[in-house]
Design a protein around this ligand. Sequence first.
Ligand code: CDP
Length: 222
Amino acid sequence: MAQRPFVVAIDGPAASGKGTLARRLGERFGLAHLDTGALYRATALLVLDENGDPANPVTAERAARRVDPQLLADPRLRADAVASAASVVAAIPEVRRALLGLQRDFAAHPPASARGAILDGRDIGTVVCPGADVKLFITASTETRAARRVKELRDQGAPAIYEYVLQDLNERDARDSGRRAAPLMAAHDAHIIDTTTLDADVVFERACALVARALEEKEWQQ
Ligand code: CDP
């Protein structure tokens, strides 16, 4: 039987830096990257585009079924209004179910040029890929995450007010952690990295060491 691909799962709260980390790890180890937050953002964008209510399960599920890979590159996905609506649609079990197959397919069949897959989100280690070879949970204090998001927005030339960004993160974290369907939490076997006082390169090197060790173990088992 063919060996299942090497899979890295990265979870964590909003603006914890997991997306950048996942991209860098993907490049370093030749793993195809899927930003699963983009799936929920795309669902939210489709709902907002038709003036729908993100909290309506029927509207949101229909939108989730229309998400296609092209939409994942739409720059409008990065807007704050879309992020907030994403965490509303993400609490709807039918939406999560509609997007699950796509994520599991990506993990099971990454592009042939890749050695495996790396997925980042909120429930990758717990629900989407519970058998992942490495699980990382990336976190930081809310204040640190808000300050990083403000810098990111300002670097892009967008106006950003710290207090509003902080409030928005708090609301989104509360929705993501408090929902019944696949709430944000670390898998019992995840490596937890608190990045409050660590810079991105240190986090990257730590994560690289964990991934390299797991890759060696997997190759050794073959
Ligand atoms: O980039 P940021 O951390 O701000 O957010 P994101 O990863 O793009 O995710 C946007 C929203 O999608 C989150 O607030 C979650 O509500 C939802 N999400 C989820 O429920 N499950 C995932 N696997 C990924 C995202």
